[in-house]
Design a protein around this ligand. Sequence first.
Ligand code: NAP
Length: 476
Amino acid sequence: MQHKIGSQQRPLHIAIIGSGPSGFYAAEGLFRQQEFHVEVDMFDRLPTPYGLVRAGVAPDHQLIKSVTKIYERIALRPEFRFWGNVELGKHVTKAEMLERFDAVIYAVGAQVDRGLGIPGVNFLGSYSATEFIGWYNGHPDYENMKFDFSAKKVAVIGMGNVAIDIARILSKTPEELSVTDIPDHVLDQLHRSQIEDIYLFARRGPMQVAFTPPEAKELTELEITVPVVDPAELKLEYFSEKILEKSQERRVMQLLEFLDTISKNDPASKPRRIHFCFRRSPQEIYGNKGVVCGLKIAQNELFEDESGALKSRETDVLEELDVQLVFRCIGYKVDPLPDVPFDAARGTIANIGGRVVDVDSQKPCPQEYVTGWAKRGPTGVIGTNKPDAQETVGFLLKDNRNREAEAKHQSQEEIVTELLQARQVPFVPFEEWKILDQLELAEGERKQKPREKVTTVEEMLRIIQEKKAEESYSEP
Ligand code: NAP
């Protein structure tokens, strides 16, 4: 017998791929509306939920990380299931998902670094933001990374919030870092840091930086590090002056004020310095036997392109800097998903307003939706994902209005379990993640830090199995 999809007899079944903020805001949007009965199954390739909140947000920004409390409330709803340790394309295919769900929402973020195509980029000592941030946040993919903090001088390429996060983590003392949830093995290495100078490079000028005032302010509160800039660097060129005359955007004015203030700082006032360097592009990373030992940098000039956008171009004026570590923080890219249309020009999953579309015809692909960075590109803060998810969910609900289907013979939980068991995937439901969560929190409490993360998938699965075995043994 046919039922309306979204009725009690035949709920709307949605799969969300990815359990970061964009995935959880999509789930929230689906649960908030009253028209449809909805069940959500959320999949993540890691056994742990929360995506970038766990593995991307800086570990000294615990207040931001506390947003997971909201996500946990969503996850504990009876109409929600989490399937950790399940990867789309590896354990399950898109076709299998579309067969079993009314719709799939891709909320996979932007997981790859934009490439900095210069010679020497692969020398030992040159790292992408993803590698370094993943490592200090205990992401299993980066567990085995090694960084040599005997370096005295470090270059950070790019001037967005990611670059600022990295510069700040490199600037902190063991005491400042001890209140974070940076894993102990990472702290051990960071504590040995000999870093004295961190150089941040922006290819354009002070008015075009991508970081935000609260992040700038934090740099003025560091114990052993002082932010500095040569006043000559702050002189605006013709085009920026023109923009400033017309618009006094608050964020820009605050950042100019910050830069002006730090231009008066005494570089010798603290043992470590963060140098802001503008209108400079790295040209080449020098190596000695494959290990980074310097950077060739071109000075840039700015120009307006045909669209009026302010761009940079390299001049013949070159500089060299003897750095031993380079961190590349020039933004992220969306990693295409198998069989999912990808818009190479925009660098996102091809979509219009969150409806996935065929790249050529621009016609919607039935049942497929996208939200978050995978939809709009890697911009905005955590909260930006909320309205973004609302838009996607709005289209999804609209497309499912007045559709009918037979009631299912099995529960959705049974359907997914059957599929994963057939593949022998050791999936991790939410209550098993909570075993890990409790253990990490308890270990953190013992060490007087917010949490001590488990950083390998094998260890996560072992802990969960042991705890389950213990519990079943103690049951009468
Ligand atoms: P971003 O904000 O796009 O900044 C990228 C930076 O890299 C810009 O300064 C950009 O300069 C520069 N860049 C790009 N290509 C370059 C190249 N080929 N050579 C040299 N420089 C280059 O990206 P992000 O820092 O990765 O941050 C991603 C998003 O996450 C942002 O929305 C950010 O605000 C957010 N985020 C927020 C926080 C927070 O709220 N605390 C923390 C981390 C990240 P141009 O402007 O000249 O292109």
